[in-house]
Design a binder for this molecule. Structure first.
Ligand code: SF4
Length: 483
């Protein structure tokens, strides 16, 4: 129980007020009747992409005139599958198997660029994720970075970020890897800490300890990296009291950013995480939705009280300059085409998106056959473009430029969504001036839920009967857009 013994009355009162607003939004039909949370980083949701061929993906694609992309590389190796992770990863690969993968990734890059007619990409930003990229040996990391960056002009690059876990940053090898990355231009590290409790780490199926995380933070800062720390706030077995104590510790750490994720029960990746099966286990109860909303509110208050500001949705930084340029580009501003290489890598271009296969054998055989390893994807329709270009900036950077939308879509956002905009303003969720639409404070807290009002019914995460019949029910007056 959260009480004034561990939290200031204003923070508690704000959290209680947010829970009341949560119930009001359920009654208005905006949020699922049971208050269920669904992660929806992008539109269209990746889990609903149909199968796609290389030919369908490439047909009619025109690369940016200046060859400027956001560049992504995927390294799929993990030691074990964390219980909350929905991604398909390659577990227990030998160094030899990792070498073979790198050979194919190198080939895929060559093929991909040739097929879209680009000689050398200009990077607005680079991100390397996984999996755990730092499970490569230092020699493999060097080889990977060498072929990966040789096709990229980094002269105007804003950020080069790599995802990693604490253990792979420690010891002689860890320092070697970090040094190799730093020499290649990496400036930001996203550290998958998830929690600072050994007990919770065990429950999550993680292979490192909280002490490893603290040591890794020290090493990264000593070597001059910007550091993002990832935490999950409502994992089964977590208690509100413990979480608050942990957040008080987290905000004092020497990190530049903290991202607080809510646990994703429904898959947002291709797999369903093991956590689904544990939910009803007696020793790992899941918090109620009310408690989860409270914890999110308390986390934000504790971060803000310590001077952190929300940059990209869910990401809090000590200064507004420190944020994930890749996520902001990809999910927020969507100004650049996001080109992804590797097993399960996604490419999200201005008019289409695709996901590579997550079958390692198939990935290698497709590349060997001279084909892009495309598995699923879509060339977006007019309806999908009108919705995506509205939602993504609003949802992920909490700011929609009316001019940018007009330039891209040839029509103003107010003309396309006048009814929904008026409704959200009426219920104090959205505000606007001559140039921008942005969520109010209340709208920002419920931004994932609020933006689902703009989803096409085919992509809403819950069926019609799962919402109350209120004025904000996302199925009401929701027809295919043609303007
Ligand atoms: S959370 Fe990260 S380390 Fe864990 S299985 Fe998923 S990709 Fe691997």
């Amino acid at each position: 129980m959260l009480t004034s013994a561990i939290l200031e009355p204003e923070i508690l009162e704000k959290a209680h007020r947010t829970v009341r607003e949560f119930h009001e939004l359920i009654d208005l039909g905006l949020i699922n009747k049971e208050g269920e949370f669904v992660p929806t980083l992008m539109y269209l949701p990746m889990t609903q992409h149909p199968p796609m061929t290389e030919k369908e993906f490439l047909k009619g694609y025109v690369p940016p005139r200046d060859n400027k992309f956001m560049v992504y590389g995927h390294i799929p190796f993990c030691i074990q599958q964390c219980a909350f992770c929905h991604f398909p990863n390659v577990l227990g690969a030998s160094d030899g198997e990792k070498d073979v993968y790198l050979d194919h990734m190198n080939k895929e890059m060559e093929l991909y660029l040739k097929k879209i007619g680009v000689n050398r990409m200009k990077a607005h930003c680079i991100s390397v994720g996984g999996g755990t990229p730092t499970l490569m040996t230092p020699a493999q990391m060097k080889r990977f970075l060498s072929f990966f960056t040789s096709r990229v002009d980094m002269g105007e690059m804003k950020q080069f970020s790599v995802d990693l876990d604490p253990l792979t940053m420690l010891g002689y090898e860890g320092r070697e890897r970090l040094k190799i990355m730093r020499d290649a231009g990496v400036g930001r590290l996203a550290l998958g800490a998830q929690t600072l409790s050994d007990d919770m780490l065990k429950k999550m199926g993680r292979h490192h300890t909280a002490a490893d995380t603290l040591r890794a933070i020290g090493v990264a800062k000593e070597m001059g990296f910007k550091l993002n720390l990832e935490l999950i706030c409502d994992y089964p077995g977590e208690t509100p009291e413990h979480w608050v104590e942990m957040m008080k510790q987290a905000v004092k750490l020497d990190v530049d950013e903290i991202v607080v994720f809510r646990l994703k029960i429904l898959p947002y990746g291709i797999n369903t995480a093991a956590v689904n099966k544990m939910l009803n286990a007696r020793d790992n109860p899941l918090m109620s939705n009310d408690e989860q909303v409270m914890l999110k509110s308390v986390s934000i208050s504790l971060l803000e009280r310590s001077g952190f500001v929300e940059t990209v949705t869910r990401f809090f930084a000590r200064t507004s300059e420190d944020y994930s340029v890749y996520l902001d580009d990809w999910l927020g501003e969507t100004r650049y085409d996001n080109i992804g290489f590797g097993y399960y890598a996604m490419s999200a271009f201005h008019d289409r998106q695709k996901q590579n296969t997550w079958d390692l054998k198939e990935y290698c055989s497709e590349v060997d056959a001279g084909r892009l390893p495309v598995k699923i994807g879509i060339v977006r329709s007019r309806d999908q473009q009108l919705r995506r270009n509205f939602m993504m900036p609003l949802k992920n950077r909490c700011l929609l430029s009316k001019k940018l939308y007009q330039d891209r879509m040839g029509v103003s956002p107010n003309a396309v969504f006048s009814g929904k905009i008026a409704l959200l303003k009426k219920y104090d969720l959205l505000e606007e001036d001559a140039d921008f639409l942005r969520p109010t404070k209340k709208g920002r807290f419920f931004i994932d839920e609020m933006t689902q009002l703009f989803y096409h019914p085919d992509y809403l995460p819950f069926k019609r009967e799962c919402y109350k019949d209120g004025p904000l029910n996302p199925y009401t007056d929701n027809v295919t857009l043609t303007c």
